[in-house]
Design a protein around this ligand. Structure first.
Ligand code: ZN
Length: 267
């Protein structure tokens, strides 16, 4: 799908639903994320840029001559040991891996800019979902949101390098950027592109609210002496393999309890 001149959205299967994700092709030389599946297999690009280290974003990194990622996520893209460490569940994470780990040739930081065939790409470091998660402003008016994905499920922070407070700050930052710079298209890694500044802002607000709604429910259950894990607060129904997803939910609930002291710490 053409978004602007030399900027194309390449949707993963099922609108980029996990284990796939959406990619953006800039000219013929740069691809942001490589989880869009078979449609990418015959592509060759000079650069792959990763939004973060998760498997559904790096699967076909080998189609790039070179790979770039944020300095905080590079190691988990390169090495199984670091990948496993961040999931924190031992070798069961092999379930998620149907790709080969590969080198990151260049790391970047917040505020860096690249240019591909006259199209500018600006890095916004937006941690929370992962330590080095980044969004990208493309050609001034388009933002690639990565896994600040605006889904009704809400933000996901089930790995060791996730941080729910950083996630809140990142969503707020993106909201400001969209307003200040008149961004008119937002492309999440999963789901449909969103058109129109007001709509993007509204969706970001709804997405942020999910964190506070979860927090409220978690505290209600705890104050009545109940275990909030497995009660539909994060996953409405725990997917299979159940142990793996229950563990994610446990990690996410724990991050609430160690991050927000009480409801009064919400804005
Ligand atoms: Zn992710």
């Amino acid at each position: 799908m053409k978004i602007r001149d030399r900027v194309h959205l390449i949707e993963g299967p099922n609108k980029g639903k996990y284990p796939y994700s959406n990619s953006v092709l800039i000219g013929n030389s740069c691809l942001i994320d490589t989880g869009a599946g078979d449609v990418l297999r015959n592509l060759k690009v000079d650069w792959v840029i990763n939004s973060h280290w998760h498997e559904d974003h790096i699967a076909l990194n080998k189609i790039g001559k070179r790979v770039a990622a944020h300095a905080f996520d590079a190691e988990a893209i390169e090495s199984y040991e670091e990948f496993r460490e961040r999931y924190g569940m031992g070798d069961i994470v092999k379930l998620f891996i149907n790709f080969e780990f590969g080198n990151v040739d260049r790391t970047f930081e917040d505020g860096e800019e690249f240019e591909f065939e006259g199209v500018r790409v600006e890095v916004l470091h937006t941690p929370g979902h992962s330590a080095g998660h980044c969004c990208f402003i493309i050609d001034e008016k388009v933002i690639f949101l990565g896994d600040i994905d605006l889904t009704s499920f809400g933000p996901w922070y089930g790995c060791r390098d996730c941080n729910v407070r950083d996630f809140v700050k990142s969503i707020e930052r993106i909201k400001d950027v969209v307003q200040e710079r008149n961004i008119s298209v937002a492309i999440p890694s999963h789901g449909d592109a969103v058109f129109g500044k007001e709509k993007i802002v509204r969706k970001l607000e709804d997405y942020l609210k999910v964190i506070y709604e979860r927090d409220k429910k978690i505290r209600e259950l705890i104050s009545s002496g109940e275990d909030p894990v497995g009660r539909g607060i994060i996953y409405r129904k725990i997917p299979e393999p159940r142990d793996v997803f229950l563990n994610f939910e446990k990690i996410m609930v724990k991050k609430h309890l160690t991050t927000f002291q009480s409801e009064s710490s919400h804005p």
